[in-house]
Design a protein around this ligand. Structure first.
Ligand SMILES: *Cc1c(COP(=O)(O)O)cnc(C)c1O
Length: 375
């Protein structure tokens, strides 16, 4: 059985005609960058997310960088974020001369622990950057309340949870990436809405921020050859927009397929003591960018067993950011963020994509269970 972490080849079959005919029309029109395809895709995405503005850019890392640039922070300003994420989240903070201030995660959702945010706030804090990890929203109601109380901005890193819905305690629903002042996403091929190359987008409901972001991703230009601010060059090409538009139409279907695969895994593992299945938060749907188990088994040994049976697995992320050499200058040490450190050692992510068949799911779960019940 050929099992992959992410199967983009099979998924392509379902969008092949639309993608190839879209590509053909780009070759014929010559509008390779920021053409009508890009505009159409952004309009559809804004509509899907119920957000006023979608600003396209070249990748998720640029989206985060542009968001920070748009808020006009000063060198040394502090940005609160999580150490249990992909490096990009904190990398752009440092790159802009700002200071990442890590706050540990809570053990059930792997998202920033809102009970620990306020003690990390100083007179230099300007912004909170939560990450909606693995497909589920952070506790946005609490984050927005803390931000309002302390007059802080909120930038959501929504690279992993596009399509997740958050429900506030008054019943109001909003989609991941549209609740903070700015939301950012990545369309890296393996993301839930993935291009066939690099791509990203920025979301906001604020007209002035939208205008600033459009300028920033285009060399700070409002009009051609007149730059008002220092910007970056970060554009979405038309080919990626065609792919993304075709996939956006299927995103609800893709999410349902991921949730069905997760439900299958849940059921298979629910009685296995050595495995803890993913927690479902009360306020957020889960779109399963990753299906991640917590285990106290020897993880390397388990992964070797899986690999020997042709079942791939991954660890997201084996080192929390504060223990990466790149952040050594922050002078953190082991033990500073114990929950993140624990999860870095005890989590394992299973194959998760839109094309998993019942036979594959059965094979993967029985391979895992055979290891767990071996002893
Ligand atoms: C993928 C990812 C990014 C970066 O996106 P790129 O498009 O690869 O630049 C940022 N943050 C998180 C949480 C991610 O998963």
């Amino acid at each position: 059985m050929n099992i992959q972490m992410v199967d983009l080849r099979t998924q392509f079959e379902g969008i092949k005609e639309e993608v190839l005919s879209g590509f053909q029309s780009i070759f014929e029109s010559g509008a390779f960058i920021n053409g009508p395809m890009v505009k159409n895709f952004c309009e559809s995405l804004s509509q899907y997310l119920q957000v006023a503005h979608t600003i396209p850019c070249a990748n998720g890392t640029d989206a985060l960088q542009a968001a920070l640039m748009a808020l006009n922070f000063s060198p040394g300003d502090e940005i609160i974020t999580t150490p249990f994420t992909f490096i990009a989240t904190a990398e752009v903070i440092t790159l802009l001369g700002l200071k990442p201030v890590f706050v540990d995660i809570e053990p059930q959702t792997f998202n920033i622990d809102v009970r620990k945010i306020e003690t990390a706030i100083t007179p230099k804090t300007r912004c909170i950057m939560p990450v909606h990890l693995y497909g589920q929203c952070a506790d946005m109601e609490s984050i927005l309340a803390i931000a309002e109380k302390h007059n802080l901005y909120v930038i959501e890193d929504n690279a992993q949870s596009i399509g997740a819905t958050y429900t506030f305690s008054d019943g109001r629903k909003q989609m991941a990436g549209t609740m903070g002042h700015i939301g950012c996403t990545s369309f890296y091929p393996s993301k839930n809405l993935g291009a066939y190359g690099d791509a990203g987008a920025i979301f906001t409901n604020d007209d002035a921020l939208a205008q600033a972001l459009h300028m920033i991703v285009n060399h700070g230009q409002k009009e051609k050859y007149t730059s008002d601010v220092i910007g970056i060059n970060s554009r979405l090409d038309s080919f990626q927009a065609v792919v993304l538009h075709a996939k956006l139409k299927k995103l609800p279907e893709y999410i349902t397929a991921r949730q069905a695969a997760a439900a299958f895994y849940d059921e298979a593992f629910t009685n296995i003591d050595a495995l803890k299945i993913p927690f479902r938060s009360e306020n957020s749907t889960h779109v399963f960018h990753q299906y991640t188990l917590i285990t106290d088994l020897n993880r390397d040994d388990l992964r070797a067993h899986l690999s020997a049976h042709n079942v791939p697995s991954m660890v997201y992320y084996p080192f929390p950011l504060h223990l990466n050499k790149a952040f050594a200058y922050l002078n953190h040490k082991k033990g500073d963020f114990p929950v993140s450190e624990h999860m870095a050692l005890q989590t394992i992510s299973l194959p998760m994509h839109t094309e998993l068949t019942p036979e594959q799911l059965k094979y993967i779960s029985s391979t895992i269970i055979s290891y767990c019940t071996k002893k």
